[in-house]
Design a protein around this ligand. Structure first.
Ligand code: PXG
Length: 306
């Protein structure tokens, strides 16, 4: 079955899914998006992703031409049309076509909406077993006073610049592969990774930066906080520095794509004994159990008799 993409009111073949070069999403990164996962025929935390999409859209005064309930249905329908049971769903809402000026008033006033459901490229399984190395990037996370990282905007250059640093560092030979980069906020406090949130474990308790540090409030982050609480693992949001990361017993990252992934080396400092720790391993397993049991059914319930 060939991939179909939802684009502005209709499903079209992947190769026909084209957006104007005058679209302000393309010209200026003027838009918002979501990355969502489906597992075993269910969409994980769909309502949370839809809510975040609308929060982001509202922040940039972008009017989405559907209700959140319709958007939710659109995500499910895109999965159905692609026969997708496991994979990745990308929702993109851009300002739409306009002229060459940045002024959003010159666009049509309603978002271009795209929904893609496709396969996902994941980190290799060995990284979940053995952990990854990370570096701290010199690129600082956007200041919330300039562009709040809580907005999941199409403007990812801040993260991409950091990711380029990660890629360059990863070229050097290393027994532990470098997979991500930590980004600090403008004050030098640990914010998040280029596409994931960060947690440290210290004395059996879990710590992650609060949203006011300037992070994307990850749905996986919030899920892990919930799961940890259920498991009786103390957790709190706390502002911390690299010193707290270097000295942590365990470090891991969270994200829709990465799920929960162990970090065993930070800026060439070995974390703990250099192996994924017990709390991280417990959370990886609990998170996997959850994604395979919870979520919104993709298939419509068939009538019992027909
Ligand atoms: N921080 C940032 C900056 C992100 O982009 C997360 C945290 C984790 O959020 P969720 O809700 O997924 O737990 C993200 C989201 C990629 C890619 O290709 C990654 C994300 C988004 C889009 C693409 O690596 N991560």
């Amino acid at each position: 079955m060939s991939t179909v993409v939802y684009l502005d009111g209709e499903f079209v073949g992947k190769d026909q899914a084209r957006v104007s070069v005058f679209d302000h999403g393309f010209l200026y990164g003027d838009g918002v998006f979501e990355g969502i996962r489906a597992y075993s025929g269910r969409v994980f935390r769909l309502d949370e992703h839809v809510e975040r999409l609308y929060r982001s859209a509202q922040a940039i005064m972008l009017s989405v031409p559907y209700t959140p309930a319709e958007m939710r249905e659109l995500v499910l329908e895109t999965c159905r049309r692609n026969n997708l049971r496991d994979g990745y769903i990308r929702v993109i809402c851009s300002r739409g076509p306009g002229d060459l000026g940045i002024d959003p008033r010159n666009c049509r006033g309603q978002a271009t909406v795209v929904v893609i459901a496709d396969k996902l490229t994941m980190y290799p399984a060995a990284m979940y077993e053995n952990g990854m190395a990370v570096i701290t990037t010199t690129t600082r996370r956007n200041s919330p006073t300039a562009l709040d990282p809580g907005i999941k905007s199409l403007n990812y250059l801040n993260n991409i610049l950091a990711k380029i640093e990660v890629n360059r560092a990863a070229q050097a030979a290393s027994d532990v592969p470098i997979g991500e980069g930590l980004m600090l906020n403008q004050e030098g406090y640990v914010a998040e990774a280029t596409g994931d949130n960060v947690f440290v474990v210290q004395g059996g308790a879990l710590f992650t930066p609060p949203t006011h540090v300037g992070i994307l409030e990850g749905i996986t982050r919030n899920t892990v906080l919930e799961v940890a609480e259920r498991l009786g693992i103390p957790c709190s949001e706390r502002v911390f520095t690299l010193l707290n990361v270097y000295g942590a017993n365990e470090v891991f990252l969270t994200g829709t794509g990465a799920e929960v992934i162990p970090v065993v080396r930070v800026d060439d400092r070995t974390i703990g004994d250099g192996r994924p720790g017990p709390v991280t391993r417990r959370l990886i397993s609990a998170y996997r159990d959850l994604v395979n049991t919870e979520g919104v059914e993709i298939q419509r319930m068939e009538p019992a008799l027909r």
